[in-house]
Design a protein around this ligand. Structure first.
Ligand SMILES: Cc1cc2nc3c(=O)[nH]c(=O)nc-3n(C[C@H](O)[C@H](O)[C@H](O)COP(=O)(O)OP(=O)(O)OC[C@H]3O[C@@H](n4cnc5c(N)ncnc54)[C@H](O)[C@@H]3O)c2cc1C
Length: 330
């Protein structure tokens, strides 16, 4: 007998999902509004939705959907995505797996909050994650976009990753991720996306007071700069190019020295702070944040991002690349 949650799905998907245990099948939801699961608060429904709370059940489901050809995406805390208003065809798995063994080699579920991991590492007097204070999201989401700030990046801590690819579970080394600045292979290959279950991260012994002071300083800098309205963080990637930074009039000396042209600088120079389409706005506080002023749609956000990109391109001849990932049926 077909489980009631599967009845409206295409027959091959029913066949792929039917052998799963009732604990998974009865927890499947349909037409789940994705705006409730993202920090930007936009996006339509997921055709099928599952909130995973155990690494083993997540693995079982991931293997079944990958082997059965069901379109799937795993969502962490939704702090780096912009879902389309039409929503997502197939299965969205919200990763709520949050186990962690915090030690010099920490073993962490991909659904564990990055910030909470910092707090646990502070309690264990382990250093390495101070840069993560103030970055919302899960370890899995951080790995996918090689999250980082204030000189730290998650790729520098990873020693191995527990992953499911093409229906097979395996342990891979960091090289497999092909990390670069705010990028990994998982951002590029959306035809057969791999699913991250967990990772081992290398931390070092540290002094609790020093760790706390460093983190507090970073948190203070964030509070001074970041907008309060819903957003997905920095919308565009910064540009790492020494020659460009050297030749850019008005770029602060610190950025010239580091060879970084920030997207915020370029957008601000175009006079776009506060510019708005519908309820999506370029933050008046930080030009590289697109914020939701109340009832923004995904279409508003995308149209605003396109306007920002074309304005910067016309003025500076520079193509901005989105750090935020568009997902779903556009
Ligand atoms: C206020 C604010 C400040 C921010 N500051 C920073 C910052 O300083 N530095 C920075 O790098 N980022 C920053 N971000 C962006 C974001 O928080 C990070 O990119 C974060 O690591 C994303 O994690 P997430 O769990 O929310 O990922 P999600 O948004 O849920 O997912 C992002 C992508 O990863 C994929 N994914 C997530 N989990 C898995 C998994 N287990 N397996 C396979 N794929 C997966 C998703 O399918 C999606 O494609 C900020 C965001 C906000 C809102």
């Amino acid at each position: 007998m077909i489980h009631p949650q599967l009845k409206l799905l295409p027959v091959p998907w029913q066949a792929a999902l039917s052998p799963l245990p009732p604990t998974i099948l009865s927890a499947l939801r349909t037409e789940e509004p994705l705006k409730m699961h993202t920090t930007l608060r936009v996006g339509g429904p997921a055709q099928l939705f599952y909130h995973a709370q155990s690494r083993d059940l997540l693995a079982q489901l991931a293997i079944a959907v990958q082997q059965g050809g069901v379109p799937v995406m795993v969502l962490g805390d939704g702090s780096n995505v912009c879902f389309s208003d039409r929503g997502v065809r197939g299965l969205v798995i919200r990763n709520g797996c949050t186990n962690a063994t915090v030690a010099p080699r920490a073993d962490v579920d991909a659904g564990h909050s990055l910030m909470r991991l910092f707090q646990k590492s502070l309690n264990a007097e382990l250093t390495g994650l101070e840069w993560a204070v103030g970055i919302p999201g899960t370890v899995g989401g951080a790995l996918v976009s090689n999250a980082g700030a204030y000189g730290g990046n998650i790729c520098d801590l990873v020693s191995s990753i527990d992953v499911i690819e093409r229906g097979e579970r395996k342990t891979v080394s960091p090289d497999w991720m092909e990390f670069s600045y705010r990028d990994s292979r998982l951002r590029r290959d959306d035809t057969r996306p791999a699913i991250l279950l967990g990772a081992e991260l290398e931390l070092s012994s540290g002094n609790r007071r020093e760790i706390r002071l460093k983190a507090r300083d970073i948190q203070y800098q964030r509070i001074c700069k970041q907008p309060w309205e819903p957003s997905a963080g920095s919308f565009f990637k910064n540009i790492h190019d020494h020659a460009l930074a050297d030749s850019m009039p008005g770029l602060p000396p610190l950025f010239k020295q580091r060879g970084v042209v920030t997207s915020a600088f370029l957008i601000d120079k175009c006079g776009l702070k506060g510019f708005r389409i519908g309820d999506a706005a370029v933050s008046a506080r930080h030009a590289n944040f697109i914020v939701n002023m109340g009832a923004a749609t995904a279409a508003d956000v995308r149209a605003l991002a396109a306007t920002v990109r074309s304005t910067v391109n016309e003025r500076f001849g520079i193509s901005l690349e989105e750090e935020v990932l568009y997902s779903g049926d556009w």
